[in-house]
Design a binder for this molecule. Sequence first.
Ligand SMILES: [Zn+2]
Length: 569
Amino acid sequence: MENAIRIGAVAAVAALGLAGCLGTRPPARAQAAAIEVPAIARPGGETPEWWFRAGAAAAQRARAGTAGQARNLIVFLGDGMSIGTIAAARILEGQRRGDSGEENRLSFEDFPYTALSRTYETDQQTPDSAGTMSAIMTGVKTRAGVIGVTQRVPRGDCAALAGNEAASLLELAAAAGMATGIVTTARLTHATPAATYGHQPDRHWEHDGAMPASAHAQGCIDLARQFVAFPFPLDLALGGGRARFLPATQPDPERPGTTGLRRDGRDLVAEWLRRPGAVYVWNADQLAAIDPAAAGPVLGLFEPGHMNYQHQRARDAGGEPGLAEMTRVAIERLARKPHGYFLMVEAGRIDHAHHAGNAFRALDETIALSDAVRTAVAMTDAADTLILVTADHAHTMSFVGYPVRGNPILGLVRGVAHEDDNESGPVLDLLGRPYTTLGYANGPGYAGASQAQGAGAKRFPHAPRTVEPAVGRPDLAAIDTTDPDYLQEALLPLASESHSGEDVAVFARGPGAEAVRGSLEQNVLFHLLAQASEPIRRTLCRIGSCTAQGVPVHLPDRRRLLPVTRGER
Ligand SMILES: [Zn+2]
């Protein structure tokens, strides 16, 4: 049934495409025939093939009238970088310079094109990082918690894996002869970076010890091993997560007393070094000392777990490169390759700081991402490099109250006391206590129950005016809420603050960027990138099928990518 609908649509599109070719206007300027997207049987009844085709159609519509083709693709992913996070981070950066802050612009806010990205997954209203990055990397929305596979793979089901791996942009780029790189401040095996190279029914299977015996028995391979066995050329990978690559018997080089995590005894760093010319580094000095002329692939694993927050980086024992420095090294190396490159750079710890209920680090990491993007902009040419900056999902951080212009973004809300004067003073809640501009809907910052009102659920309309002795909220009058370790208050007590389901922003610069506009399903980003890269587009047409105008509309079979590629390169 699904198949019948799809095949019918392919035939219809082929006919439309032919009509387009016979038109009188030159092909480059011709109004491309719209790609027909079949109606789905019921809401939520989308198939992987449908997601791919609908994404291709949306990207083609957005690209109408433009012919932007990029030599290089760079995707910057701020993990959990909600629009509120961007607004607050720009203010913090401006205020660090002594300015009022609201008028400041992060580097990517000067990009000429923007869009909104809708982040829901096939099975979740509010998404996780695995399914969302998989959507950006493979062109199809999928389930929460899975890496680089379609929704046909239930989470944790190894038996369903075979044949449902979705080819990623990084794989397609490598197969097309482009250079490839991954940079992250998280573990290299964490959801976002893993979705560039891995295919796994469960994001948590980062090393063999994290997998259930049943998964081993069914032949699933942990993400660290998948990385090292990546069947395509990979030129550079920098991030954290060293312990997932080293055996439990091997002491960590930077943290004596700790060891690797692998139970299978394999030293995956040693296995990586078997690649011709391969280089491995684990600290900033070693990274800086790599011979720039050496062409071999580079692996950098700078921490046993996630890399340090930018705020704590200087205290690192072994010395860690920052995100901008890693981005610089990556572009320097990739740009020397002859056929263009694909680079993914993740600011992975914006998300972790939000989960911890700590706005300071989330904003600080966002500023570090802005610095990395500025580095990339300075090193590349907008005439040949498409740069996308986006997030996988939002977080619950809210930016509220009526603080006056220039109020410290991490501080207490100070408002204009009276309408007829300009003096500002602390704004108080109904309990008579001050509150911060930034807060969370849930998370570790929950400060206890309020006694200002009776217990129980409230009904609308509800206007509490009781001002009883307030013990429910902490009195922040004497608290420095701008302290880097301060946890903003949260409405609900949760051990880990949650993601939110709001749209995230996309910023774009370079050839093909003009198509980044409107309200896009997240998987459309893959298609905007693929349609803007001639080698990737051609590869997709080779292993899948394309319209008469050469738009890849058919979910490619990744198994067809493998054998052809190995021989070619
Ligand atoms: Zn998260």
